[in-house]
Design a protein. Structure first.
Length: 281
């Protein structure tokens, strides 16, 4: 019997997962090195879809201490990975402190700087001697390159292909874009994204948003809002030129398939289920 690989991957989400990385991983706090290691792991806590780093505790150049402050409420963003499924997974915006496996939270202490509850020691024999570090609490390098957002997943791929198919975007009956010059972005286990030339987007109907987000594969995104619809908040985005890997989409505009009426080659597309299915706000 054949196995659909995506179902295998989804089936691992409830488990604590790890994978060694050959990259040199460095974390810093206040300009000082917290760790510099060739022995890092990528860690996915149960129901998390993106990895973070675990490092050998003995290689830390900082002290781990029992937290001085009580745990603060953690912002969590659950979502369903399949149509009709319960929202049991957590998207990348969910705070580090939302731990889904047993373990101990710790402060990371250096001379003149403390990162509160920024380390987590899992209670798992396969991870003995390792601590997980809060990505957002430190500056990070893979080899000699800065990384943002979260570590790149070695089992996650982004491919971009040019297409002449007609793509039309509408919301509440108003056409916001139409083009035959889209760049199609294929990303593992996510909907196809259609990046459109700005000249083919009704930017006169939209306004720039203060919202920003980061993607470790594509860079920093700025957003646009369509004020003519209640569902138009932060409905489209465009990436800066930070990453050479995403050069084909720099300056192009993409709409959330989940929130607009997207017609491709004359066929209205179903709105997909993803971490971005819920309205912005």
């Amino acid at each position: 019997m054949a196995t659909r690989l995506s179902e295998v991957i989804l089936g691992t989400f409830p488990r604590l997962r790890y994978e060694p990385t050959a990259k040199r991983i460095r974390a810093s706090l206040g300009g000082n090195t917290v760790v510099d290691t060739l022995h890092a792991y990528l860690i996915w806590e149960p129901h998390r879809i993106t990895p973070i780093f675990a490092v050998p505790e003995q290689e830390l150049q900082a002290h781990l201490a029992v937290p001085e402050r009580p745990a603060a409420p953690v912002e969590a963003h659950p979502f369903a990975v399949r149509q009709g499924a319960a929202p049991t997974s957590f998207d990348p915006g969910t705070g580090f402190g939302k731990h889904t496996t047993a373990g101990e939270e710790l402060d990371v202490v250096m001379a003149g700087a403390t990162a509160s509850r920024a380390a987590f020691r899992p209670e798992d024999p396969d991870l003995a001697g390792y601590v997980v570090l809060d990505f957002g609490a430190f500056g990070w390098l893979e080899d000699d390159e800065e990384i943002i957002g979260h570590p790149r997943d070695p089992f996650h791929r982004v491919d971009i292909r040019a297409s002449s198919v007609e793509v039309e975007v509408a919301l509440d009956g108003v056409t916001l874009a139409r083009t035959n010059g889209a760049q199609l972005l294929y990303e593992t286990m996510l909907p196809v994204r259609y990046y459109l030339p700005p000249a083919d987007v009704r930017l006169d109907l939209m306004k720039e948003s203060p919202k920003r987000s980061v993607c470790p594969y594509k860079g920093q995104a700025g957003y646009w809002t369509y004020p003519g619809s209640e569902g138009g908040l932060d409905v489209a985005w465009s990436y800066d030129r930070r990453f050479v890997d995403a050069a084909q989409i720099h300056g192009l505009i993409c709409f959330f398939n989940e929130r607009v009426d997207l017609t491709v080659g004359g066929v209205l597309q179903p709105r997909p289920v993803s971490p971005w299915s819920r309205p912005a706000g």
